[in-house]
Design a protein around this ligand. Structure first.
Ligand SMILES: *Cc1c(COP(=O)(O)O)cnc(C)c1O
Length: 430
């Protein structure tokens, strides 16, 4: 299909081409679907995380307080909600929360869920195939010299805009896997430095993520001892993210959030390749049920998942195909082509999506800092930009009974200089 016929079939494609912020409502939401994953897959992943908790506790001291459980807090944002009209010119009824994956250990981002999980699964597979690990062992044994020697014959490769490299790189290097990360042009220097300090090989490329991952996949295929973490379609990443729903379900109960037809919950998730928001959404729909709704948030320059889902072309279309440059300050979201899984699995599970101008994420991030002293990286504030478009377009969410949860996807590892620079950028726009 050429662009003229795309616009005829899906008129909002024109707004995407014009870099206009949009709200897109998914016409297939709630339809019956044949999904490639089930609730049993989520609980298989939950059990694997539990088996590895003693290992994580031993190897990553920052997880010791939580006994090796990688989880983030759900934080009530009263003050930000009280001053909502200072940012958006209107009030926000209901309740506002932050799911602070920005505070997850090891990568300071949502990638600690998917990325680490995939490495754990590979390590378990190798340990069982090449030695005598059994499910009821204490997995701290995997930190021993014996297992390090076994793991050192295997490699792990990942391509990343930054945070996936941190989580996969640090986790894989901890086992002794030969670990190589392929970084796209937008990856931050401090992330490369941190990875090299962990003994990870960092390959730098001057191209965008979609090109870099193609190269990484090709290099991985050439060597059967290498496990490739495929951000464009990995089921392990997806299920690692989905586990988040099990933790959130408990946190919602602890915060006395009622969920039923009259009391909907809306979760706002930034989307890059679409893997993390899709995994989380699949988890939430499966674990929490029909009254929790997900909205994806993307920069107007890189609405890759929205474009793919809107046109039903999914990963067969990229933002350059409609004349966009794919450039954004939200580096975690600078992905021009969606994953193979995202659009397919989300077809009936995603409520809709919103696109935003980069200036908006700086404003919200600065306001979050002013009101709650919480730092997030620019990408991670994307969820805030979607609330006003949603409640204005879908009035049933514009009331006291709705709970809004902004998924803060990253930020805790940012160096001080970057924190300050980002804050100042947002502060002048408030
Ligand atoms: C990776 C990332 C996202 C988006 O996740 P995808 O799986 O690429 O869609 C959002 N925010 C941050 C901070 C990230 O690192």
């Amino acid at each position: 299909m050429n662009n003229t016929s795309l616009i005829t079939a899906y008129p909002q494609v024109k707004d995407l081409m014009d870099e206009k912020p949009i709200f897109w409502r998914n016409p297939d939401y709630g339809q019956p679907a044949d999904l490639p994953f089930s609730k049993a897959d989520i609980f298989d992943a939950v059990a694997r995380w539990e088996r590895f908790a003693p290992y994580l506790e031993k190897v990553f001291p920052e997880t010791a307080a939580a006994h090796g459980v990688i989880e983030s807090p759900l934080i009530r944002l009263d003050q930000l909600q009280d001053s909502w009209s200072e940012v958006t010119d209107q009030k926000l009824p209901g309740r506002l929360f932050l799911k602070a994956d920005s505070q997850l250990p090891i990568s300071g981002s949502i990638k600690s869920r998917g990325g680490i999980y995939e490495v754990l699964k590979f390590a378990e597979h190798v340990a069982m195939a090449k030695s005598d690990l059994v499910y009821q062992d204490n997995y701290q044994v995997l930190a021993s010299e014996k297992y390090r020697n076994i793991f050192s014959s295997y490699g792990v490769i990942v391509a990343s805009t930054g945070n996936l490299a941190l989580s996969v790189g640090i986790a894989a290097a901890s086992f002794g896997f030969k670990t190589t990360v392929y970084m796209s042009h937008d990856a931050r220097q401090w992330k490369k430095d941190k990875l090299r300090n962990h003994g990870v090989t960092v390959k730098e490329f001057n191209t965008d993520f979609s090109n870099v991952i193609t190269q990484a996949r090709k290099d991985s295929l050439a060597d059967p001892s290498i496990h490739f973490v495929d951000d464009e379609g990995s089921s392990d990443l997806f299920l690692g993210y989905a586990v988040a729903a099990v933790g959130l379900q408990k946190q919602l109960k602890e915060q006395h959030v009622k969920i039923d037809h009259e009391h909907p919950v809306v979760v706002y998730l930034p989307a890059g390749v679409g893997g993390s928001p899709s995994g989380v959404t699949f988890g939430l729909k499966t674990i929490v049920g029909p009254y929790i709704h997900a909205i994806f948030c993307e920069p107007v320059h890189v609405p890759s998942v929205t474009l793919g889902m809107m046109t039903k072309l999914n990963n067969k279309i990229c933002v350059q195909d409609i004349g966009l440059d794919g450039l954004t300050a939200a580096d975690g979201l600078a992905v021009s082509r969606p994953s193979r899984l995202a659009g397919k699995v989300m077809r009936t599970l995603l409520f809709g999506s919103v696109t935003f101008k980069d200036s908006e994420i700086y404003r919200f991030a600065a306001k979050l800092m002013d009101t709650h002293q919480i730092t997030v990286e620019p990408s991670a504030a994307a969820g805030f930009t979607a609330i006003t478009p949603l409640i204005n377009n879908i009035p049933v969410f514009n009331n006291e009974n709705t709970t809004h949860i902004v998924w803060a996807t990253g930020g805790n590892m940012m160096p001080e200089s970057e924190r300050v620079a980002n804050y100042n950028k947002g502060k002048v726009l408030l």
